[in-house]
Design a protein around this ligand. Structure first.
Ligand SMILES: Nc1ncnc2c1ncn2[C@@H]1O[C@H](COP(=O)(O)OP(=O)(O)O)[C@@H](O)[C@H]1O
Ligand SMILES: O=C(CO)[C@@H](O)[C@H](O)COP(=O)(O)O
Length: 513
């Protein structure tokens, strides 16, 4: 049996999943969590050593389970890695990690964003890298280190992204894969090479950046040392892989014009396949990103909700305490319990609106300092309303993303839902109702890990192209139709939601302290 191994280095934890190459069915999987640190308000860091330990454990366990199913390490035709985007991992001359990774969610680099925009010029920046400077992206984080930790910056020889650090540990190869490199704000997204203009303007040594490699070709192979640690075979090819959202798109078959992905992970995204690197020109600054896809010669437009699943997890951990505590003893999924509670509340949460800006917001506000909250509380609301309004608030933010993408004139024929939040039938229904589109779900329960595995299949010669890999393995399994009767209630609530940010901006958009 030919198999493919996909790794997804998420924000919550890492997943390793083993798939049958023939039809994409899951043979085994394993998941290990790691901590997320917030040393100051608005900061978010993780330790690359934690990622590595969890990745080794996940691969080992997944292979052990696979062997019990008759799929051994010899059967693995290739391994692909997907990962959270934008995080900055700095290595010294001996390839040792110099400081914790400043991850995508970190908002500390607003000053550096302004500096980049000034130095390069706002319109030149879009011309060179197709995107504005945002705190989420890598370049401002790198410059924050240069400005605030000069002794660390002086020792930095290489910058990697999270999954590319895992590639280095697996293969010894220093490389940055193209769909992830697109999120650095240093890549010429149109041509797929480092922007020498931006590097020069920012006075950054191009030697800090490793070579850009394709998503669907081998970038190295498993070393003997890693083979001993994990149970993989030395020499197993490791594909370029991709950014988690690009791999989520591949894993759900979003590899051709007309297809759209909605993902509810820690962040939320709406991503539309594009066959040219078109940029949002509907406002003074592009509010959706233009990134290279993991499909060769393709791109995608993507709007981002900073705190999607994060908002529900925050609610569960801070206000849903009984469920959280019960989960340890009963195995009952606390998210499902919360979802069930929310089902009993009518659409619109009886006037309660949640703003999901718990870690600032990207699309549409591009505001690192935005803060979240509930508006419209009355004594007749209870915890069920809090839960439902969180699900709805995230859906409203996704509608903001979807609306801007629709304005770009791309074909939007089918919307596919993925990510932890899409496991909830209620959340899927709310998103379908709010977006007023049918949402479909595919057989790809493992999303980005599956996409990474398919890229490994192309790299290993199992499939001829990413499109062929998807056609052979991805199927639509479920459909959620929008309930048109609820449209007026949601339209009314969305109008209030949209009015709240501009009205409250002077109060809720404040520098971090
Ligand atoms: N059964 C569920 N119902 C609703 N939401 C869920 C469920 N399971 C997970 N989630 C949400 O999904 C999020 C994690 O999604 P995931 O795609 O695994 O994220 P990441 O890749 O960012 O780590 C959680 O924060 C939670 O909000
Ligand atoms: O910053 C972005 C996209 O630009 C995020 O989507 C990260 O890539 C993290 O993804 P999740 O952990 O939420 O899946």
């Amino acid at each position: 049996m030919q198999t493919l191994l996909g790794i997804d280095l998420g924000t919550t934890g890492v997943k390793a999943a083993l798939f049958a190459a023939e039809d994409g069915r899951v043979i085994a999987d394993a998941f290990f969590e790691y901590p997320l640190f917030h040393p100051h308000p608005g900061w978010a860091e993780q330790n690359p050593a934690d990622w590595w330990e969890a990745t080794v454990a996940a691969i080992r366990l997944c292979l052990q389970q696979g062997t019990k199913q008759g799929a051994t390490a010899e059967d693995v035709r290739g391994l692909g890695i997907s990962g959270q985007m934008h995080g900055v991992v700095l290595l010294d001359a001996n390839q040792q990690v110099l400081r914790p990774c400043i991850i995508w969610a970190d908002q500390r680099s607003d000053e550096q964003c302004r500096w980049i925009t000034e130095k390069v010029g706002a319109s030149k920046l879009i011309e060179y890298v197709s995107n504005p400077a945002l705190t989420g992206f890598s370049a401002p984080k790198l410059l924050w280190v240069r400005d605030n930790e000069p002794e660390i910056f002086a020792r930095a020889q290489t910058m990697l992204l999270p999954k590319d650090y895992i590639r280095y540990r697996l293969t010894g190869v220093l490389a940055m894969e193209i769909s992830d490199a697109a999120g650095t704000c240093l890549l010429d997204v149109k041509h797929g090479s480092w922007s020498q203009e931006v590097l020069a303007a920012l006075e950054l040594d191009p030697g800090l950046l490793p070579p850009v490699v394709p998503a669907d070709a081998a970038s190295g192979s498993i070393t003997q040392e890693v083979a001993t640690l994990t149970g993989l075979h030395a020499g197993t090819p490791v594909a370029g892989g991709g950014a988690d959202n690009a791999c989520g798109a591949v894993g759900n078959g979003v590899v051709e014009p007309g297809l759209v992905l909605v993902s509810v992970g820690t962040s939320g995204i709406v991503l539309a396949h594009a066959d040219s690197p078109q940029v949002d020109t509907s406002g003074p600054v592009p509010r959706v990103h233009t990134f290279n896809h993991a499909v060769p010669h393709a791109w995608y437009l993507m709007g981002v909700t900073q705190g999607a699943g994060l908002s529900l997890r925050w609610l569960r951990d801070n206000i849903g305490l009984p469920e959280r505590a019960l989960e340890r003893w009963t195995g009952i999924d606390s998210y499902e319990t919360l979802s069930k509670e929310a089902e009993g509340v009518p659409a619109g949460s009886e006037g309660l609106i949640f703003l999901p800006y718990l870690q600032g917001e990207r699309t549409p506000h591009l505001d690192a300092y935005a803060r979240g909250g509930w508006i419209g509380l009355t004594a007749s609301h209870d915890r069920r309303h809090l839960v439902r309004s969180v699900l709805e608030g995230v859906a409203f933010s996704l509608k903001d993303c979807y609306g801007i993408i629709r304005e770009q004139g791309l074909q939007l024929n089918q919307v596919r839902a993925t990510g932890g939040g899409a496991r909830s039938p209620l959340w899927r229904q709310i998103i379908a109702d709010v977006l007023e589109v049918e949402l479909v779900v595919t057989n790809s329960a493992e999303g980005p890990a599956f996409g990474a595995a398919l890229l490994a299949g192309v790299a290993g010669g199992v499939y001829n192209s990413v499109q062929e890999a998807c056609a052979q393995t991805v199927r639509v399994t479920q459909r959620t139709e929008p309930n048109s009767q609820l449209a007026p209630a949601y339209q009314q609530a969305y109008a209030v939601y949209q009015a709240l940010y501009p009205a409250l901006k002077p109060i809720i958009s404040r520098p971090l302290s």
